[in-house]
Design a binder for this molecule. Structure first.
Ligand SMILES: Cc1cc2nc3c(=O)[nH]c(=O)nc-3n(C[C@H](O)[C@H](O)[C@H](O)COP(=O)(O)OP(=O)(O)OC[C@H]3O[C@@H](n4cnc5c(N)ncnc54)[C@H](O)[C@@H]3O)c2cc1C
Length: 464
């Protein structure tokens, strides 16, 4: 019997129509395919689906919010898979308001997790522009980053335990909330960042953090990326852990918002070439005062040239709306090639100076370089010149990508800082990844998923 006929016979209640939304991805580069969509409601059902898929050697694509940016959740070619969506596993299984932990199922939407934590006087600090759609399973499977990594770490740092199902249906019950637990291999960290290739994450124990007593934000213009780094250093030395986010914004981001929207208020007469959005969460003191003192000191030192400090939560949200809508403006313009890269923080200014020169050898481009400066993580996105037709530049994608990734490698960086490998960067991982690590990864994959049913072709080539 085929996988689909067994699912139809044994668990018809989990099957859903293959709607378009499951096959699309945010940037519109790829379109997936699926034999069927399975939407289980329990871990036991996930295990049963995997056993059937394993018996029949049918690919499974674990699927959460569908916001992944590297094609991990869409399989264009090969044996049509069963798409295993977490959308019906959204429960908060437990909340420990004393210890600051929460057990949630993989289908919980990040924004809802924020709300549950906040209602209990805690925060769950993972924050990114896709938080209204991205789900815990996908966020952990990609080890998502976002804007608060500088203070709280990546998704990996926010998880105490994991429940997951392996390819043969074995359930790993690892929902421990212990902070100290050295009993054997930590499979939590193997599964986090494995992008659906080693197991299906069904639930996680999340670490919560105390709610800062006051939050605030400031947008400061800086004369150069080096000045932005100097400002970061000054902010951290004066405000310490209170710096929750430090984002670099380039003029092109403001220009794109003005060109294609969304229509947002920018608090400067002229869009600055470089600016930094600084977010604070303090346990004592007033963020606006701390930001104003920072501005004064930085201005004296010639590190900042202008700035605005939010005087209310509404103004803080307006500043964040500008930053968070830059990816949407990018999407509307349509990049030739987008890159999620990291280079050692101290080398960022040199990288930002060198990359446009290398790209100019290929053609004339507009560059929107912005992102999580404190983590050395830039979204380095390359666009056709204004007025040029999109199609005319599509052919440059591969050359642009190669150019940027080679330069990142020269600078000792990573060609995937926070989005993962998916299907988009498999060749990059082979080219730039450490050979020893790659060979260990292949061994792990073969050991845990010998039939290669879990997300085949993502992270590692399906036919190595
Ligand atoms: C506008 C926008 C802004 C973004 N900003 C950021 C950002 O700042 N930082 C950042 O890190 N990312 C960012 N992303 C990328 C994206 O939101 C993340 O990759 C997210 O973590 C994926 O979550 P998801 O629920 O949408 O997963 P999906 O897209 O459904 O899946 C992503 C991957 O995880 C696997 N997977 C899904 N669920 C499971 C599961 N339960 N078990 C095992 N594997 C699973 C899939 O097979 C796939 O390989 C952004 C995306 C958008 C659209």
């Amino acid at each position: 019997m085929t996988c689909l006929s067994r699912l139809t016979a044994e668990m018809p209640h989990v099957l859903r129509d293959v709607e378009d939304r499951y096959l699309e991805e945010p940037r519109g580069h790829w379109r997936g395919q699926a034999l069927a969509v399975a939407a289980p409601t329990t871990t036991q059902e996930v295990a049963q689906i995997l056993r059937i898929a394993n018996d029949t050697q049918t690919p499974i694509i674990p699927y959460s919010g569908g916001t992944g940016l590297v094609g991990g959740q869409v399989m264009e070619t090969g044996n049509p898979p069963i798409l295993l969506t977490m959308e019906r596993m959204t429960a908060v299984r437990a909340m420990d308001a004393q210890a600051g932990t929460m057990v949630v199922e993989a289908g919980a939407i990040l924004e809802n997790v924020h709300g549950v934590a906040e209602a209990e006087g805690w925060i769950f600090p993972l924050a990114l522009a896709s938080q209204g759609s991205a789900r815990i399973g996908g966020l952990l499977a990609t080890n998502a980053g976002g804007v608060n990594v500088i203070r709280y770490g990546n998704a990996r740092d926010l998880v105490l335990g994991i429940e997951a199902v392996l390819a043969d249906g074995t359930v790993i019950n690892g929902l421990s909330a212990l902070r100290k637990n050295n009993m054997g291999y930590d499979l939590r960290h193997l599964l986090i960042g494995s992008e659906g290739t080693l197991g299906v994450i069904t639930a996680a124990t999340l670490r919560l953090f105390p709610t800062p007593s006051a939050t605030g934000a400031g947008l400061m213009t800086v004369p150069s990326p080096q000045a932005a780094l100097d400002l970061l250093r000054l902010a951290q030395s004066r405000i310490g852990e209170g710096v929750s986010a430090f984002e670099l914004i380039n003029k092109t981001g403001f220009d794109f918002l003005a060109e294609v929207g969304p229509d947002l208020r920018i608090p400067f007469d002229e869009p600055p070439e470089w600016s930094c959005l600084i977010d604070l969460g303090l346990s004592h003191g007033t963020p606006a005062d701390a930001l104003e003192s920072l501005f004064e000191e930085a201005f004296e030192a010639g590190i900042v040239t202008d700035g605005v400090v939010a005087q209310s939560e509404a103004q803080r949200k307006e500043m964040w709306a500008v930053r968070e809508n830059i990816p949407e403006a990018n999407r509307r313009i349509g990049s030739v090639s987008s890159h999620d890269i990291a280079v050692p923080v101290a080398r960022l200014p040199a990288f930002i100076a060198e990359a446009p020169k290398r790209l100019a050898e290929i053609n004339d481009f507009r560059i929107n370089c912005f992102g999580h400066l404190g983590d050395g993580n830039l979204h380095y996105n390359v666009f056709r010149p204004k007025g040029e037709a999109r199609d005319a530049f599509a052919g440059y994608r591969s050359a642009v990508k190669t150019c940027v990734h080679e330069l990142v490698h020269e600078f000792g960086g990573s060609v995937s800082a926070e989005h993962g490998i998916g299907r988009m960067k498999v060749a990059d991982l082979e080219r730039f990844g450490d050979p020893g690590k790659l060979s260990a990864m292949r061994l792990i994959k073969r050991a845990l998923d010998p039939q290669n049913i879990l997300n085949p072709g993502a992270v590692l080539r399906a036919d190595p």
